[in-house]
Design a binder for this molecule. Structure first.
Ligand SMILES: Nc1ncnc2c1ncn2[C@@H]1O[C@H](COP(=O)(O)OP(=O)(O)OP(=O)(O)O)[C@@H](O)[C@H]1O
Ligand SMILES: [Mg+2]
Length: 309
């Protein structure tokens, strides 16, 4: 068993003005894992991260980071954490190297470092090290934020929407970087709206909506447990509507009536497929091809958020 490096117990946040953004969140993060916090706008993701990083004070609950209480023992806890914020927050007139070096010194580490060079090289920023931040592209600015967060060699890295507004190639680079950081033992917690990103990167996924953590599970287990499947039948003759008499199966028409889609639960003993195919045969509804697919984490996520909204 891996030990948790971060534990939240009963963490709530009610902002001034009375809005409750988090309701009693319990969460344990293991050392070395990649955890994705998935949720729609306003779900409370940034609030949760800001509390752990000591930017926002919790209304109730406790947070322990590497054995330190994040409120009482703020400095010790904060030293273990690197934060890549959602919003750009850098001095535009500073150079890349100065910005990153400054962040490292803030945590009492020596300024000159091969480590910083390595970080900047990993993020393809070394060539731009003497450029002012304002001279960089948006994607490069995001990478500077990551370099800043990594500057003091934190054990836990928070990435709040790391790839928002980033192109596909850079997103892939980001994923690679995250994986290589994990290989060095860094624990990574990222927030995202992109299910694809959670699916690609995370070991575990937490789904948050309206300030409540709805579930936390291994990504693979989550997808299997909740995974619906689709059976697509390509029809010989397109249909206008799902024929009467098929109510016992969850059917829909897609692709202009050329494809009959059956959504079923793959974990059920009886998937309903044999009986459906028999029934179609009896009604002389012919198909020329059939294909099944797993539903993505996206479908699962939308289901969950809608169900519990
Ligand atoms: N300083 C604040 N004062 C009052 N309400 C706030 C404050 N910060 C956030 N909120 C509210 O708390 C809720 C959660 O906001 P939060 O930024 O944590 O969401 P999020 O999940 O990060 O959303 P997004 O995906 O859009 O970044 C929102 O309804 C927001 O309006
Ligand atoms: Mg946010």
């Amino acid at each position: 068993m891996t030990e948790p490096i971060l534990t939240l117990t009963g963490v709530s946040k009610t902002y001034k003005g009375g809005f409750t953004a988090l309701h009693g969140v319990d969460l344990s993060i293991n050392k070395g894992e990649i955890f994705a916090l998935l949720g729609p706008n306003g779900a409370g993701k940034t609030t949760l991260i800001s509390i752990v990083c000591g930017i926002v004070t919790p209304s109730t609950g406790t947070i322990r980071v590497g054995g330190h209480d994040a409120v009482r023992d703020y400095k010790a806890a904060r030293t273990l954490i690197g934060l890549v914020p959602q919003e750009l927050s850098v001095d535009m007139f500073e150079t890349v190297l100065a910005t990153v070096t400054f962040s490292r010194r803030l945590f009492g580490r020596s300024g000159h470092s091969e480590y910083i060079e390595q970080v900047l090289r990993d993020l393809s920023l070394w060539d731009k090290r003497n450029n002012k931040i304002m001279e960089l592209s948006g994607g490069m600015k995001r990478r500077v934020l990551i370099a800043k967060a990594l500057a003091h060699e934190p054990e836990i890295l928070f990435l709040d929407e790391p790839t928002a507004g980033v192109d596909v190639a850079l997103r892939r680079d980001m994923w690679k970087l995250v994986h290589s950081l994990r290989e060095r033992g860094t624990t990574i917690i990222l927030t995202t709206h992109y299910i694809e990103e959670a699916e690609e990167m995370a070991d575990r996924v937490g789904v948050i909506n309206k300030g409540r953590l709805l579930l936390v599970d291994e990504k693979a287990a989550l997808m299997q447990k909740l995974g619906k499947r689709e059976l697509d039948l390509t029809l010989v003759d397109a249909l206008d509507m799902v024929p009467a008499g098929f109510e016992q199966w969850q059917l829909s028409l897609v692709n202009d009536g050329h494809t009959l889609r059956y959504v079923f639960d793959a974990t059920e003993e009886d998937t309903g497929i044999p009986s459906l195919l028999r029934a179609l045969g009896e009604r002389h509804i012919a198909f020329k091809d059939l294909e099944t697919s797993k539903s993505s984490l996206e479908d699962i996520f939308v289901d969950l958020v809608e169900e519990r909204a």
